[in-house]
Ligand binder design. Structure first.
Ligand code: PLP
Length: 345
């Protein structure tokens, strides 16, 4: 395990972070003349809390993590980008991931001019830690693992993930965007044992709040401090912080939604498997499933004509003739199934 001094870019280690007005003053005051805000149009006239302390208190309670081990980002995409900006020296370092997986890791690598190395998953979408780790060298700063994986839907085998955690010396990022739908334990629980682990989560999926753009990273407080130094000072808007708080206080509703989505997923998969076009439905632990069909592009366009949009993944490696289908409401799912029953005729 390398320590942070060996992993963090020198310019980031030496950085004097921007100190905004709301950082410098945190006491009690009635008159705020420190930040060049307008006195009109409350509450939007005020800059939001740069460290989102109230939101973090609520997240800490829901996720059972210390507040200083939480980073709140403008979507988890912000946290992914920060991993590159903090740890990876452009045109010198590299990161390792597998494929197929979430596209943002490679896009962020490209934007930051970092070499992206990807090991193929097995044909059943299981992970070979050995094949992945074989791509790593002394300039590999981070490994990205997504579980449950997008677009395949499956959870990675715990033993293989553990091999990566135990053998890789740099930063291991585990993206649990769909973790709320899975029975598997969150890797958050391993944070005390793995100081170089970053676990990502988001309010965009099970929390049904993609519109507020709020993602989370959980990690050792030293890593969180680096993320706070590098992020934009006011990265989460006031309306988003308020909305996040009110959503986080209604967790029972989310648990209810998850139950409904999982029960619909069972039903849709069972109905889908009876369709003539269905070749193979891959095991899923998420709020979507990947299915191999007779002719994915043609069925994709047919569904579009019915006003139903799914994701054609047929050009993705290992996903030939595969569609990725999100679970919707019962009515939406029935619209999909009925359209496909018509297609067969
Ligand atoms: C949807 C998704 C996210 C969420 O990104 P946000 O920026 O938080 O909306 C992250 N990772 C994966 C794998 C996803 O599919």
């Amino acid at each position: 395990m390398k320590n942070l001094d060996e992993l963090v870019r020198k310019n980031i280690l030496q950085l004097t972070p921007y100190s905004c007005a709301r950082n410098e003053f945190s006491g009690v005051a009635k008159v705020f003349l420190d930040a060049n805000e307008s006195p009109y149009n409350a509450p939007l006239n005020r800059y939001p809390d740069p460290l989102q302390r109230e939101v973090k208190r609520a997240v800490a309670a829901v996720k059972n993590v210390n507040e200083d081990c939480i980073f709140i980002g403008n979507g988890s995409d912000e946290a992914i980008d920060l991993v590159f900006r903090i740890f990876c020296e452009p045109a010198a370092d590299n990161v390792v991931a597998f494929k197929p997986t979430y596209g943002m890791y490679e896009v962020c690598a490209g934007i930051n001019n970092i070499e992206y190395r990807a090991a193929m998953l097995n044909a059943d979408f299981s992970l070979s830690a050995e094949r992945l780790l074989a791509l790593a060298d002394s300039r590999t700063k981070a490994v990205f693992l997504c579980t449950p994986n997008n677009p395949t839907g499956n959870s990675l085998d715990f033993g293989e993930v553990k091999k990566v955690l135990d053998s890789f010396a740099g930063i291991t990022v585990i993206d649990e965007a769909y973790g709320d739908f899975s029975e598997q334990k969150s890797y958050r629980e391993l944070l005390p044992r793995y100081p170089n682990l970053i676990v990502l989560n988001t309010m965009s999926k099970a929390w049904a709040s993609a519109g507020i753009r709020l993602g989370m990273a959980f990690a050792a407080k030293e890593i969180i401090a680096l993320m706070n130094n590098v992020k934009y000072p006011y990265n989460i808007s006031l309306p988003s912080q308020r909305e996040a708080l009110s959503q986080l206080r209604r967790k029972e509703r989310v648990d209810q939604w998850i139950k409904m989505i999982l029960s619909e997923r069972r039903r849709v998969i069972s109905e889908f498997s009876r369709l003539d076009i269905c070749r193979k439905i891959f095991p899923t632990d998420a709020n979507f499933f990947l299915v191999r069909v007779s002719d994915a592009p043609e069925i994709y366009h047919y569904l579009l004509g019915c006003g139903i949009v799914v994701r054609d993944r047929s050009r993705v490696e290992l996903c030939d003739n595969a569609l990725r289908i999100t679970i919707g409401t019962r009515e939406e799912n029935d619209a999909l199934l009925n359209a496909l029953r018509q297609y067969a005729k």
